[in-house]
Design a protein around this ligand. Structure first.
Ligand code: NAP
Length: 283
């Protein structure tokens, strides 16, 4: 068994982004800005945002953090995003989800300019991804694909089973795997005989938010397991995979923490750089 070391690769990618950014800045001295908007006081969101801001500092992206109380209105948020859409110093706009219930996620994602949608959640970017056109790919699925490629995992022709069908992980990772010629089965809470399906998988991606959902009896020998789950149990992070029991059956597996999480942050930096380059005609 070999670990898919997201921490190592995310640091390597952040270093690459840092030197590419320094090169661009040396030539045209731009301010490459990422606006991060948080509404409410979700504790997990605070941790994610802190990590995103510190990655910006590491690579040389200028982050601007906007925090608002839970009562902040949809109208106020839309008007801020419209302002940022027009701001030439803001290359990327990220609205941390989840949002308080009075704010429609759909309305907000539709307001973010597709060119600045570094999370890749806007309908336009989702549409591009689903038809296989170049898009700003959601950070977590993009990070998973990069990680698989770093370890030369064969994807073409593999049977990939994705457990979870969310818009931010399950659906986009399924699209990316299809584009790489995997045969993809998408599972969810209504799937019958989940174990029968996972036992035929070469690659299993688990994104359910259910701690230890994937157990050793669900995994065939030699399979590759990617654990997207982040669950806080008694103050400790726990994935969706029963890591200790599953690891010895796998050829490769991601740890939690240190697997998909750091790759997600690195891909946000990568998307911000990509958005900036496209907005400024840099190839
Ligand atoms: P989500 O929107 O809650 O979706 C969960 C999906 O899992 C749903 O499609 C659900 O099926 C399915 N599911 C739940 N229980 C299941 C079961 N027992 N059997 C089969 N399918 C089941 O979650 P998400 O936003 O995709 O996030 C999933 C996990 O990944 C969470 O722990 C989240 O914190 C983590 N996450 C981590 C990162 C990272 O950077 N590492 C990024 C994003 C998310 P139905 O559709 O039928 O309800």
């Amino acid at each position: 068994m070999e670990l898919l070391d997201g921490k190592y690769w995310s640091n390597a990618i952040l270093d690459e982004i840092k030197s590419e950014l320094a090169d661009i800045k040396g030539k045209i001295s731009p301010d490459i800005g990422l606006a991060v908007i948080v509404v409410g006081d979700d504790p997990a969101s605070k941790v994610y945002v802190k990590n995103k801001i510190s990655a910006c500092e590491k690579v040389g992206i200028t982050s601007k953090l906007y925090t608002f109380p839970t009562e902040y209105t949809q109208t106020e948020l839309i008007s801020l995003i419209q302002k940022l859409n027009k701001d030439s110093n803001t290359a990327g706009i990220l609205v941390q989800l989840p949002l308080p219930k009075q704010i429609s996620e759909k309305a907000i994602l539709e307001t973010i300019s597709p060119q600045k949608d570094v999370d890749g959640f806007s309908p336009y970017q989702v549409g591009l991804l689903s038809i296989g056109e170049k898009s700003l790919v959601p950070c977590t699925p993009k990070g998973i694909m990069v990680l698989l490629k770093k370890y030369n995992i064969p994807i073409c022709g593999a049977h990939a089973v994705v457990i979870g069908r969310s818009n931010i992980v399950g659906k986009p990772i399924s699209n990316l795997l299809i584009q790489e010629n995997a045969t993809v089965t998408i599972c969810h809470t209504k799937t019958r005989n989940l174990t029968d399906i996972t036992l035929t998988a070469d690659i299993i991606i688990v994104a359910t938010g259910k701690p230890k959902l994937l157990t050793a009896d669900m995994v065939k020998d030699g399979s590759i397991v990617v654990d997207v789950g982040i669950n806080r149990i008694n103050g400790k992070l726990q994935g969706d995979v029963d890591f200790e029991a599953v690891k010895d059956k796998c050829s490769y597996i991601t740890p939690v923490p240190g697997g998909v999480g750091p790759m997600t942050i690195a891909m946000l930096m990568s998307n911000t750089l990509e958005a900036y380059k496209r907005q400024n005609g840099i190839s």
